[in-house]
Design a protein around this ligand. Structure first.
Ligand code: DP6
Length: 371
């Protein structure tokens, strides 16, 4: 069998269009577990077809993950609509269906077998339901991997191409999902200094990364577990008329460029400056959108202040980042795990809803659980 496909230097949309297939499997199932990720340089703002307004980079997480089982059964020749059932934690989830349908419509040109099958999608998260942790990244990554695995049964694909296409498909479901396929440090979006970088998919960060970042920890403080008032989709959209948008996009390019030497040398002081500035800039963009809004809560701010005080007093390199919500990701190297956890338990957990937090660290990407 011919192995599809060669990885081109920078792949284009048409490179992900499959060949015409004849031998479709009758039925089967696949299971993938895909992790969440936390951005260091944030993706905030996009154009049509999920093209990011600026490049971003993230740590892949390990414990926070979505596991999805996709069962498929052929239903004759191409029919005119998609056919699927969906359950989350064993319960039917009608309200997730429109998002999945929109995803299927977007990826269909690249997975033209989709309408031939009836699908049963069974999904669950390792992190508590409605913890305020975004599940769209891990959820869409797991789903993209499952759908692409069916194509892989028809047409052999080398791992590099498979990962790139899975990332490409995941992006069409949720932008940040394209950074949840493979690699511990994943970069997405064109950047002039990163030759392989692309707006279409994420890549493993191609430059030297110092050992200090290898087992980096992320303790996620669940300040608010409910649904946030303004979705990321709305937030991205507000960047279109945003007065500071173009400066912000330039800044992301600049921060990514600066991270190159920071990541290589392990300069934690500069790393912390860039990461915390990115987090606060993300929230500053929300506060200066029209309409404006604030997703941080009083407890979020108290945590940030305490982290700054603790770092100043102890010189322990612990810092924060934020996603689009009130929860705080506390980042620190493995070497300071003990004092960092002690500090979190003594001073920060009191700001978490019901004292809940999640201990996570850098992971390597998605895993196939069943072929
Ligand atoms: C703040 O990927 O959730 O987490 O593409 O609309 O699904 P959609 O948005 P999404 O946005 C994530 C934004 C962020 C920053 C980041 O992860 O880079």
């Amino acid at each position: 069998m011919v192995i599809f496909a060669q990885i081109f230097f920078r792949m284009r949309e048409q490179d992900f269009l499959p060949k015409v297939y004849a031998n479709f499997p009758e039925k089967g199932k696949v299971i993938w577990k895909a992790p969440s990720n936390i951005a260091l340089v944030k993706y905030w703002g996009k154009r049509a077809q999920q093209i990011p307004a600026n490049p971003s980079i993230s740590f892949t997480l390990d414990a926070c993950a979505t596991t999805t089982q996709l069962s498929y059964e052929i239903r004759g020749e191409n029919t005119s609509d998609f056919s699927f059932d969906l359950s989350f934690d064993g319960k039917s989830k009608e309200d997730f269906k429109p998002k999945i349908r929109a995803f299927l419509e977007r990826v269909e040109p690249y997975l033209p077998h989709l309408k031939r099958y009836h699908f049963q999608i069974e999904t669950s998260n390792s992190f508590p339901h409605s913890s305020g942790i975004a599940s769209s990244a891990s959820g869409m990554a797991a789903l993209a991997l499952c759908f692409l695995s069916i194509e892989r049964k028809i047409q052999e694909m080398e791992d590099g191409f498979f990962n790139r296409k899975a990332s490409f498909l995941a992006r069409l479901g949720s932008g940040s999902a394209c950074r949840s396929i493979a690699g511990d440090l994943v970069q997405w979006g064109y950047h002039q200094d990163i030759e392989e970088s692309s707006d279409l998919y994420g890549i493993q960060y191609p430059f030297k990364v110092n050992q200090v970042f290898k087992n980096y920890h992320d303790t996620i403080l669940l300040v608010h577990k409910g649904k946030k008032q303004v979705s990321s989709t709305v937030g991205h959209d507000l960047m279109h008329q945003h007065p500071f948008a173009s400066k912000r996009f330039d800044q992301a390019h600049e921060n990514l460029a600066q991270l190159k030497s920071v990541l290589a040398t392990g300069d934690l002081e500069r790393f912390i400056q860039i990461v915390e500035s990115e987090a606060l800039t993300l929230h500053a963009m929300m506060m200066t959108s029209m309409p404006y809004y604030i997703l941080m809560l009083p407890d979020t701010l108290e945590i940030l202040q305490k982290i700054w005080r603790f770092r100043k007093e102890t010189k322990i390199p612990i810092c924060f980042t934020l996603d689009a919500g009130a929860n705080v990701h506390v980042l620190y190297p493995e070497s300071v795990e003990e004092p960092a956890m002690q500090f979190i338990q003594d001073e920060l957990v009191v700001h978490c809803e019901n004292g809940h937090y999640i201990c996570d660290q850098i992971g390597l990407g998605a895993k196939q659980i069943f072929e």
